[in-house]
Write a protein that binds this ligand. Structure first.
Ligand code: NDP
Length: 288
């Protein structure tokens, strides 16, 4: 048996098309476009690529994109002042500061400075707290994209055993909370987990967000399980995920490829979060 491939590219395009339609209705109702400000400090090539794709996707959805490129030696004070300005700019609905930041800038100080209601990345502790307590807020884009892919592939997730490997604030922890919110029974595994293969073997849903190429082996996967591979690892053979794809896809029921799985959904969810931010600020009602 070979797994169904979860096509993140197609799912992301469908979501982006829906958002673009809704942006059209937002613009007619409010006479303005939702705006996303993206801040890039320094010249990290991978970050520059992400920022470019985010800007393009924002414009394609009919939104305003404000790009702020700052030199690598920008001081923390300077960046804080820019964030403060964006917090008060009425044309800006969402603010995203591309991580990682250069060493002289304390990332958590910057995240804390962003207005939680413009924090479309969902990294502010207020939004992490809202997610943990089931209040409306902003959910980090990558785990939100994973949840949407799982719901599209499996339908109702209620009662399923989910194992998330990796406990970062950006992916693993919010992923576990989203799955819990969808009524899964959730295990959050990490580098100190005892007998990871055995833990993964009981999962109906496996989400791997580790950053180690091929860590999750095919023989760890329960036959028929859904496997979401968040990992993006640059190896000599090209981009690979955290799951041993050839072996896992022979056992799993459904699996995301790398690239073309989770990655495209991350940007689509950023666009979605920006529209939601604009709609909340303007009291515009969005469809469920
Ligand atoms: P972090 O490095 O912040 O976290 C990695 C997690 O993996 C940690 O919790 C760590 O455990 C755990 N871990 C490390 N080694 C092992 C191991 N041998 N067994 C079990 N757990 C282990 O990474 P991120 O969460 O930021 O990213 C994870 C991956 O996802 C990366 O490849 C990244 O590039 C990718 N990514 C992809 C995105 C996308 O859009 N597709 C977006 C964001 C990330 P511990 O806490 O104990 O150290």
């Amino acid at each position: 048996m070979s797994a169904a491939i979860i096509d993140g590219k197609a799912a992301a395009q469908a979501l982006r098309d829906r958002i673009a339609d809704e942006v059209g209705r937002f613009r007619s109702a409010t006479r303005r476009a939702p705006g996303l400000a993206v801040v890039l400090v320094g010249e990290d090539p991978a970050s520059a690529v992400y920022v470019r794709s985010k800007g393009k996707a924002t414009i394609a959805a009919g939104m305003e994109s404000f790009e702020h490129r700052l030199p690598a030696d920008t001081s923390e004070e300077h960046l804080l002042a820019l964030v403060e300005k964006l917090n008060h700019d009425p044309t800006v609905d969402g603010i995203l500061v591309q991580l990682p930041l250069p060493a002289q800038i304390d990332e958590s100080a910057i995240i804390l400075a962003i207005d939680p209601d413009k924090d479309v990345d969902g990294f502010h502790p207020v939004n992490a707290g809202r997610l943990a307590t089931g209040l409306p807020g902003f959910v980090p884009c990558t785990p939100l994209g994973c949840l949407k892919l799982l719901q599209a592939a499996l339908g109702d997730l209620r009662g399923k055993e989910a194992v998330v490997v990796g406990r970062s604030n950006i992916v693993g922890k919010p992923m576990a909370l989203l799955l819990l919110g969808a009524d899964c029974t959730v295990t959050l595994a990490h580098s100190r987990t005892r007998d990871l293969p055995e833990v993964v073997r009981r999962a109906d849903i496996v989400v791997a967000a580790v950053g180690r190429p091929g860590l999750v082996r095919g023989e760890w996967i329960k036959p028929g399980a859904a496997v979401i591979d968040v990992g993006i690892n640059r190896t000599e053979g090209g981009l690979t995920g955290d799951v041993d794809y050839p072996a896992a896809s022979a056992v799993a029921g459904a699996i995301t490829p790398v690239p073309g799985g989770v990655g495209p959904m991350t940007i689509a969810c950023l666009i979605r979060n920006t529209l939601v931010a604009a709609a909340r600020r303007d009291g515009h009602l969005l469809p469920a």
